[in-house]
Design a protein around this ligand. Sequence first.
Ligand SMILES: *[C@@H]1O[C@H](CO)[C@@H](O)[C@H](O)[C@H]1NC(C)=O
Ligand SMILES: *[C@@H]1O[C@H](CO)[C@@H](O)[C@H](O)[C@H]1NC(C)=O
Ligand SMILES: *[C@@H]1O[C@H](CO)[C@@H](O)[C@H](O)[C@H]1NC(C)=O
Ligand SMILES: *[C@@H]1O[C@H](CO)[C@@H](O)[C@H](O)[C@H]1NC(C)=O
Length: 774
Amino acid sequence: MNTSLFFLLLLLLPLLASCIDTKVYIVYLRDNDDIGDKTLQELEEHHLSYLFSVKKVEEQGRSSLIYSYKHSINGFAALLTEEEASQLSDMKDVVKVIPSHERKYSMHTTRSWEFAGLDEELQPSQLDRQDLLLKSQYGKDVIVGMMDSGVWPESESFNDRGMGPIPSSWKGICQTGPDFKKTHCNRKLIGARYYIKGYEAAYGPLNTTTDSRSPRDMDGHGTHTASTVGGQGVPNASALGGFSRGTAFGGAPLARLAIYKVCWPVPNKGKEDGNTCLFEDMLAAFDDAIRDGVHILSVSIGSSSPIDYLQDGLALGALQATKHNILVVCSGGNEGPTPSTVVNTAPWILTVAASSVDRSFDAPIQLGNGQKVKGQSVTPYKLRKRKMYKLVYAEEVVNADVPKTYIPGQCLPGSLSPEKTKGKIVFCLRGNGTRVGKGMEVKRAGGIGYILGNSPANGAELTVDSHVLPATAVTSDDAIQILKYINTTRTRTAYIYPGRTVLQTKPAPKMAAFSSRGPNAITPQILKPDLAAPGLNILAAWTEGNSPTKIATDPRRVKYNILSGTSMACPHVAAAAALLKAIHPDWSSAAIKSALITSAGLLNNAGNHITDASGKKADPFQLGSGHFRPEKAADPGLVYDSSYNDYLLFLCSQGDTKVDPTFICPNATPSAENLNYPSFSFPKLNGKMTVKRTVTNVGGKGSVYFAKVDSPMGISVKVVPPVLHFDRVGEKKSFELTVEANGKKIEKGLYSFGWLSWSDSVHIVRSPIAVSLV
Ligand SMILES: *[C@@H]1O[C@H](CO)[C@@H](O)[C@H](O)[C@H]1NC(C)=O
Ligand SMILES: *[C@@H]1O[C@H](CO)[C@@H](O)[C@H](O)[C@H]1NC(C)=O
Ligand SMILES: *[C@@H]1O[C@H](CO)[C@@H](O)[C@H](O)[C@H]1NC(C)=O
Ligand SMILES: *[C@@H]1O[C@H](CO)[C@@H](O)[C@H](O)[C@H]1NC(C)=O
């Protein structure tokens, strides 16, 4: 036998053995006093000693260790059998063992395929905004960590022109890979790392034709979110079709970016079907980001349904970051409009909902009966001639052999008959399949144009796309009109106008229908989402390693692309937080969070209360305290501050005494409602409840604040004292807020909403109040 082969086999055996029925678990250990003195090597050996004791073979112990966490938590991730996991959880100094494989996280775009390709101006143009940028020096020297799918470093958005030396506090690195060199980092992209061990343990070796074993972004999502936070101004940025040519820039254009790539493609699935971001990889990224010295973390990732905080790697990592005074900003998810869908709801996280901006991409349709129907599109193609073309409903031109189960009008791949489709405009419905994919099918079958009709579930919300042929999208009401025209007319014709960008549309913002809603399913005493920011049809930089539609067969490459999702809203708020951090370097992460929450606005640009996509007044379970207003947040007047210890007390209220073993819960269990949070939620109020809050004066000295209450229906609200006097800056004052059912009938379990505003006539410090009765 060939000895070298034998040697190889020997090495492989323990590895193979450890693959049998093992899954990834996170093991939390008690914080020993001497941990801090251990070198990283010693710490790893310490972690291995636990594995040696459950795995019989030392080599198996070593090969099963995935991460040894060092900076934020004392613990590790390892491949264990169920039995080994249970043995470990019984061992001394093991606090808890969490099965990581039961959590699935992905990036929060509406669906990864809900995309389009073009550019726009990320336009903050008011004077106020200019003031804020000047005051914050454009976020200079604030470091924002991006936990996402990596970065496309060649994008112009990440040039470092005019940026000073890297802050001396920075301890991060530029991790290299086959296509990522040290020189890809610069004074803008000051750090880049990737985390793949958990992914590979779960899915096997990375397929390097679909992604790159480096911080490089082959998806697009990470480049998009990073440039939304800190992209430099890029004049005349333009992509397919040249929609809204202008200067593209991020919210904090001189902030530094540190990239933590934690999301990877799911094998054997198209990229449009999504990526996965693993608990143990994210925890390792938190571990490094804390040590590297980031100030803000922007995380547009989440599970598709709420997870208990103590089983949730993102919440636990964020808690460690909060301990180090790093504000973690997260997307709230895209499972709206269903109630109780909002995720990333831990009180130490700033949770962002998505709204629309005041821009549309008008591409109307002329019907043969003279009717004109509104449409929206960013397709870079237009019909060859200005004339009427034959119009058909997809159902009329399907292949004879489509399965009986096929939902009508879907234009799924292979469903259309080229003979019947050739030269026509085809009307398809949303429902199943990707929006861009339906257009590809029309094109494949020889159609020359495509109208995409919303299903009733999509309502009036139009998400624009970079289609592969002349195309436009219409609301569900308009879809019914077009179907009626088709049904009642023998010779139907239509013309699709080319898309054009229209700015300052009204009313805006509107809440996006896909944006996940409250109440908070894990702790209803904490009102979530916290606030709203733009997340519908948002343009930012894109990877050149993927098409704008993420569909593999789409050969196009763009430098800027439009996406929708709470994923896009999150970096807007992270950028605002970076500007606040630059202006107020001494503020706690909770103070920055409070400032953003209590300064949010409730009016749209038509002067009315912000609505949802269907035109109904949006409530705090949709938009939290309102639409973010960074200019106001810089000078909030008062803040509701809270510390790491306050969050541990909150966890005691949830019956958890273990998350930080150095902390001992008080004998009297605190109530979750009493966390010093800048909003109020009273689920299942039974009669009456009083909570306490403490506000810190960060405005002028000698200020006097008056409470103004807008009571929820059926509830009376009392604030004591109703006036707060502050002699100096930094002074704290407490008040009590009591809610009581006032006898008016309100439906059981249904929430009603009100507001508490403190005002000194310069500042308005506003908090939503949500109450439901038992
Ligand atoms: C890697 O991905 C490519 C493209 O999706 C696919 O064709 C190939 O079969 C994959 N390779 C493996 C080993 O799965
Ligand atoms: C902007 O870019 C386009 C091509 O993308 C070019 O035709 C145009 O001249 C440029 N405009 C300016 C002002 O540089
Ligand atoms: C919708 O599409 C999915 C896969 O894309 C398929 O599994 C499902 O059967 C489709 N539903 C219907 C009713 O056609
Ligand atoms: C059009 O006709 C089809 C069947 O012929 C019917 O199912 C559909 O409801 C009609 N739609 C409208 C909008 O009239």
